[in-house]
Design a binder for this molecule. Structure first.
Ligand code: ATP
Length: 877
């Protein structure tokens, strides 16, 4: 039991050191001895299991039966070929699936929580998995507790432990020893913090006493890793489509079988043809291709600084039409510099600061003491707002270290974005000074006196107006304004809730936080793309509007609303007027939820950014919750669909663009594969109805579907993005894949490929009347090669191949060349030619076949000319 031991004894027992922490070499050896600090997850599927899961499919069963029957009737080569195709297909499936899974794993590990530990005398951030027993952990609000800890120091620390206690109100923690020999329930162990619980408030320091499966949560949870549904809406629709097609295919096959019995054909041959028809109708490769395209897309997005946490978001991203963004750090660079300050009724430039003035000195001292950041020799930690304040001192040789020693901090109330205040109590001679800094409106509410020229006066409405006027003047210059108030108390044991009242106002500091340079362009780009940008900020309305104007988000202050105005409307009224606004200032996290809901009620697809502990609800409410990777808390990251590793607005816009491209590419692959399948069905169906011999053998269709088609389909999935995607409005998530041109192209090409194959077959029969094999070979080659050529045309539904750049998609070019090459190989090499029952074509045949194969491609390019003309006409109107 750790709660009834003195913390000094625990530190000794675990051979640690409070000030310096463990040495990195000691930590390393402990990690090697005890293993990673993580809970055992579910076992992963082995390669063999993956392989068998590929084979566990109705389609494959049909093929296996076909293979067995072929073997029984003596068609050994058919049987073997079918088995080989099944095998190759399963291998491709395994490779794709494990690649997709690896990409997802990598994403997961990128967004696992980190812990602050003391090692070798420094505080560093490490992955929580590397925490070892004896580590000294620094705890702060918004982080998950990385392991079981005995608390050594606490400052208003509150931890949410509902996982253990069912109690959703955060538990207050202290480092005091619990003198009890008996077992104390977890909920009452106030000097302990447990793995996976969440710090909601305050700060603290603790020593790790248990890690991994030895922690309390490890004992409860034998298995973690709740099954997360990572299939996207599109994948679900495809699964449904696959089933429907399956039923249709089986239906058609049975029908064909019956028809051919009436036609008096060879039963065995017809049985095989029916099976090949079933194979032709079902796009076997589709699910794997969609999965891999999604996974590859997600990996590309990492390079663009966006980590997708939930796969379905990739699709939703492409439909986003409203981006709600925080201002500080996302639209601005989050490097603040104090430019002006206000005391004694006057605004002064910082260059002219006079530290001998009593009020100035108090303002600077207060701002530095009521402050958790550090800035020394150019190395900074903590909130940039606070760093800017310390830098004011650094400039005039008032150092935070010295002040901290002289005026020791004995109590504090941390900053939170609901109160918009922070307070510290510092000893001062034999008394105590309370310093509160925060947003001007919040400070005015709790101050009733003002310090002017050494005199403490009543803070009348007239004086308050004057202060507000000064603050507005600074805000209009895009300065972020922070106010400071203080009071002196005699007794350090003043109740916490009495600290922030009856304060004496001292003055203001105004700091600049310039907009990020690249953001203006991104906002313009999103406008073109039909996306509205909304600024949401805790900052003052005037400051917000000044920056919004600069960035092109808003034109004037009438488009801005403050949090208190939002409160004055009912939800219904607010929803009615929300479309008139572009800037929401002085908002707290609950307002963000209200804003998201109001926008969503108009069927908008809304993305919302957030970083704080309280932002989780609004991130969850949004269609795409976006958390900040650098400044964001673990809670925000946990609730988000996407994490920005550079905290930059531009990354959101890039991710939307990438989302649109990924969706378009998947669409191209799907339409390509489906139209090829349709073509095969058309060819077989028509031939049988006309009582012709089968133009294609089952192995031919299998070969084309599972081998030669897969590569172009995959290559279409990684097609380089089209620059034009951001000139179009967002796609409606309700829109079907097959509406509009894509549907036309699908049907058209199905018929074209089918007709083309039949044409080659008939031509073959005409040229070589005695050789059915010869005609079948020509049909086989035309089927596969015309699909390969046609894939080139699929890259864009309106632009010609020359407009999109013939060589832009190198993968596709390689796939086409490779496809033709192996097609040539299998009909030319005697062994494979025997197996595939084909005839080695002559040079003249090849010429004919290649020419015919170009027809669908050529017709597509001509159809696209008409599409472009109709677009132009629409545009001219
Ligand atoms: P955004 O929501 O765009 O990130 P923000 O950073 O201004 O904007 P908050 O961090 O919620 O939003 O801050 C709201 C207000 O609280 C600020 O405008 C400022 O007046 C005040 N404030 C910010 N940081 C501190 C702090 N460390 N101490 C005291 N007051 C602060």
């Amino acid at each position: 039991m750790w709660f009834n031991k003195r913390s000094e004894d625990i530190i000794n027992e675990l051979s640690s050191n409070l000030i310096n922490g463990l040495s990195s070499s000691e930590a390393k050896s402990r990690l090697e001895k005890n293993g990673l600090n993580k809970l055992q997850g579910k076992k992963k599927k082995s390669l063999l299991q993956l392989f068998f899961s590929q084979i566990n499919d109705v389609m494959i069963y049909i093929l296996l039966i076909a293979s067995i029957i072929s073997a029984i009737v003596g068609e050994i080569s058919d049987a073997i070929i079918i088995l080989i195709v099944i095998f190759i297909n399963a291998i491709i499936g395994v490779i794709q699936e494990s690649k997709a899974e690896k990409a997802l794993e990598a994403l997961k590990s990128m967004s696992t929580p980190k812990a602050l530990v003391r090692r070798d005398g420094n505080v560093i951030e490490i992955p929580s998995e590397e925490v070892v027993v004896g580590d000294i952990i620094v705890i702060d609000a918004g982080r998950y507790i990385p392991a079981d800890l005995r608390l050594i120091e606490t400052a208003n620390l509150k931890i949410e432990e509902s996982a253990f206690t069912g109690e959703s109100v955060p538990a207050e923690k202290s480092s005091d020893i619990i003198l009890d020999d008996k077992d104390v329930s977890i909920g009452d162990q106030h000097n302990m913090a447990f793995m996976s619980t969440l710090v909601t408030y305050g700060r603290g320091i603790g020593i790790v006493v248990n890690t991994g499966m030895n922690t309390q949560i490890g004992k409860i949870a034998k298995m973690l890793d709740a099954e997360e549904d990572n299939t996207t809406p599109l994948q679900k629709k495809l699964a449904q489509l696959g089933k429907t097609l399956g039923f249709i295919a089986v239906g058609i096959s049975i029908l064909m079988f019956i028809v051919s019995i009436f036609q008096g054909r060879d039963i065995l041959e017809m049985f095989m043809t029916s099976i090949s028809l079933a194979v032709a109708a079902i796009p076997e490769g589709l699910p794997a291709i969609v999965a891999i395209v999604l996974a590859l897309g997600v990996q590309r997005m990492i390079k663009e600084n966006a980590i997708i946490r939930k796969l379905p978001s990739v699709e939703t991203l492409g439909s986003v039409n409203i981006i709600c963004s925080d201002k500080t750090g996302t639209l601005t660079i989050n490097k603040m510099t104090v430019k002006k300050y206000y005391i004694n009724g006057e605004i002064t430039d910082l260059e002219n600061i006079d530290i001998n003035n009593h009020e100035t000195k108090l303002l600077v001292y207060g701002m530095i003491l009521c402050n958790d950041a550090t800035s020394k020799d150019g190395i900074q930690t903590g909130d940039p707002t606070e760093v800017a304040l310390i830098d004011v001192g650094n400039k005039i040789n008032i150092l935070k270290e010295d002040l901290n020693k002289e005026f020791k901090r004995i109590n504090e109330i941390p900053f939170d974005s609901d109160r918009k205040l922070m307070t510290t109590v510092n000893s001062y001679n034999d008394k105590y000074n309370v310093f509160t800094k925060g947003a001007i409106d919040s400070i005015l509410k709790i101050s009733n006196k003002i310090l002017v020229n050494g005199e403490i006066k009543e803070f009348t409405n007239k004086e308050k107006d004057e202060v507000l006027k000064a603050s507005n003047l600074m805000s209009d210059d895009a300065l972020r304004v922070l106010a400071l108030a203080y009071k002196t108390i005699d007794n350090e044991h003043v109740a916490i809730d009495e600290l922030e009242e009856d304060l004496i106002f001292i003055g203001l500091m105004g700091m600049i936080d310039p907009p990020r340079e690249e953001v203006k362009g991104s906002i313009e780009l999103s406008k073109k793309a039909g996306i509205r940008t909304i600024m949401i900020t805790g900052d003052h309305k005037n400051t917000a509007v000044a920056i919004a104007k600069e960035l092109g988000i808003a034109e004037d202050i009438s488009q801005a609303m403050s949090g208190s105005e939002i409160d004055s409307y009912s939800d219904k009224e607010f929803t009615k007027i929300i479309n008139n606004y572009r800037v929401f200032a002085r908002v707290s996290p609950e307002h963000k939820v209200k804003i998201v809901k109001a926008f969503k009620s108009y069927d908008n697809i809304v993305s919302m950014t957030g970083d704080g502990v309280n932002d989780a609800p609004s991130l969850k409410a949004a269609d795409i919750g976006v958390a900040m990777g650098i400044t964001g808390t673990d809670v925000a990251k946990g609730a988000a669909d996407m994490v920005l590793t550079d905290d930059n607005f531009t990354t959101i816009v890039k991710a939307v663009e990438e989302g649109r491209n990924i969706f378009n590419n998947i669409k191209k692959s799907i339409i390509f594969l489906l139209s090829c399948n349709l073509g095969e069905v058309v060819a077989l169906f028509v031939a049988i109805l006309l009582n012709w011999p089968a133009p294609l053998l089952p192995i031919h269709i299998l070969w084309v579907n599972l081998i030669t088609d897969s590569f172009p389909a995959l290559s279409l999935g990684v097609d380089p993005g089209d620059k034009g995607v951001m000139n179009l409005p967002p796609r409606s998530p309700k829109e079907s894949l097959f509406t509009g041109r894509m549907g036309i192209l699908l049907i058209l090409n199905g018929i074209l490929i089918g007709a083309n194959t039949l044409f080659a077959f008939v031509l073959g029969e005409y040229l070589y009347p005695d050789s059915l094999k010869h005609a079948q070979t020509m049909a086989f080659v035309v089927l596969s090669v015309s699909q390969l050529f046609y894939s080139l045309s699929m890259r864009n539904e309106t632009k010609s191949l020359f407009q999109v750049g013939i060589l832009k998609n190198k993968w596709l070019i390689c796939s086409v060349l490779f496809g033709i090459l192996i097609q040539f190989a299998i009909i030319t090499i005697p062994l494979t030619a025997t197996i595939f029952k084909v005839y080695s074509l002559t040079l003249k045949d090849w010429g004919i076949v290649l020419l015919i194969s170009l027809i669908p491609f050529a017709i597509n390019e001509i159809v696209k000319i008409f599409f472009r003309l109709s677009d132009k006409r629409k545009f001219d109107k």
